[in-house]
Structures are given as C-alpha cells and as structure tokens.
Design a protein around this ligand. Structure first.
Ligand code: AMP
Length: 222
C-alpha cells in the first residue's frame, strides 16, 4: 500500500448495514472496497481448493482461520498498491475484516497502525428482524432488505435467502460476533467512531461522510 493511504475498517454485527454504507462511501470517495465475506463466498462458489476447505465453516456461521483470512487480505493490500485504481484512491475500506483481535494486531503490523474504524451498532433483535427479511439475487448478487415485488430482482433473477441468513446460522454468527469481534471496539478504542446503525441509511451515511472528510479522504472524481 502507499505511504499516504489509510485503512478504514467497518465493524458491526451481521445485518448492521456495513455493505450498504460501503457502497455509498465508494460512490462518494476515492476508496477501494474489500469485503472478506464476498471474497470467501466467491471462493466457495468457484469451488477452489480454499472454497472447499471453508464451505462448511461459512454455512455454519463460524469464522475462517485467522491465517487464511490474513493471507487473503495481505495479498489484496499489496496487490491494490499496484493497480491504477489504487493510484487514484486514498484509502482501503475493509468490510468484515478484522474479525478477531489477532487479525487486528496482524493488520496493524502490515499497515503500520494506519487504521481508522467505523462501528455500526445494532441490537440483536434488530439484526434478527433485518436478516430474516434479507434476500439476495441468485444471478447478480444484489441485496434486498425488503422483499422485492414478485420476489424477482431488477435484473430478472430470482431472490433467495442466503444460506448463512437462516435463523439458526444468524444466531451462530451473532454469538461469534459477541465472542470474537465485539472486543475489537475496545482494542481500537480512540481510533473507533461508533454510529447508531438503527438510524436511516441517509443518517448513517451523513455521519460516515463527516468521518471520511475529517480523515482527509479524497472525494471521487466525477
Ligand atoms: P460476512 O459477509 O462479512 O458476514 O462474512 C460471511 C462469512 O465469511 C462469515 O460468517 C465468516 O464465516 C467468513 N468471514 C468473513 N470475514 C472473515 C474474517 N475476517 N475472519 C474469519 N471469517 C470471516
């Protein structure tokens, strides 16, 4: 990564709106977005050696081993520095990583502590309510918070419930979040801004935008 680049970590339980806020920030600011969940699901769909190894863990709502995810992120962080896109960006936005204190410590070493954190806070009841309704297009992957009319995506693809959004799996993911990921709020302490994730997406985006401006993240060129 480049000297002047910042890593922005999005923290928060599943369903808190990390993906939505990431999309909004990527449209407005010159940042590159990595979602470890999407990268890992992609490996599973493509049935790569890694995908076959981790598919059960993902389906059960557990966490993939730290070493595996660190390597994935490490290679993306280094590769990002070489792309045209990276030359245009002033931050990398990490969604779903780190998820354990060990991962956070590893990241601090790799990027020399240049990490700022946004945490979306949401109660367990609200997570269960939101994820119970969430559907994803089987063809293009677009996510719907409410059921779309006719249960069909704008691209024509069928909307389905993601395997890891089944109620039992959501509960497992929430337990994993409280046990392994919530301690990161203390780990990051003065580097972490907590946002009430139950607000409207406009309100959440407004607060996140203020943070990006304060952190001197460049606006995206139109
Ligand atoms: P997400 O879409 O971020 O909720 O991630 C989906 C799943 O991918 C998680 O439930 C984990 O099984 C796995 N995963 C994503 N990021 C990580 C990470 N940083 N460490 C370990 N497992 C991860």
């Amino acid at each position: 990564m480049r000297e002047d680049e910042l890593i922005i970590v999005l923290l928060g339980p599943p369903g808190a709106g990390k993906g939505t806020i990431a999309e909004q920030m990527v449209r407005a600011f010159a940042v590159e977005h990595f979602s470890t969940g999407s990268l890992l699901r992609n490996e599973v769909e493509k049935k790569t050696a890694l995908g076959l190894k981790i598919s059960q863990t993902l389906a059960a709502g557990g966490l993939v081993e730290d070493d595996v995810v660190n390597e994935l992120i490490g290679s993306r962080v280094c590769r990002a520095a070489e792309t045209d896109c990276a030359r245009e960006t002033s931050a990398l936005l990490l969604d779903g990583y780190p998820r354990t204190v060990l991962q956070a410590k590893w990241l601090d070493v790799v990027v020399d502590g240049k990490v700022a954190v946004l945490c979306l806070d949401l109660s367990e009841e609200e997570v269960l309510r939101r994820l119970g309704k969430r559907r994803v297009c089987e063809i293009c992957g677009k996510i719907y918070g409410q059921q779309a009319s006719g249960n069909v995506c704008t691209c024509g693809g069928p909307l389905i419930r993601r395997k890891d959004d089944e109620e039992g799996t959501i509960r497992k993911r929430l337990e994993e979040y409280s046990r392994s990921t919530a301690p990161l709020i203390d780990y990051y302490e003065d580097r972490c801004v907590i946002i009430d994730g139950s607000g409207t997406s406009e309100k959440v985006a407004e607060i996140a935008t203020e943070c990006f401006v304060k952190w001197n993240i460049k606006e995206r060129r139109r």
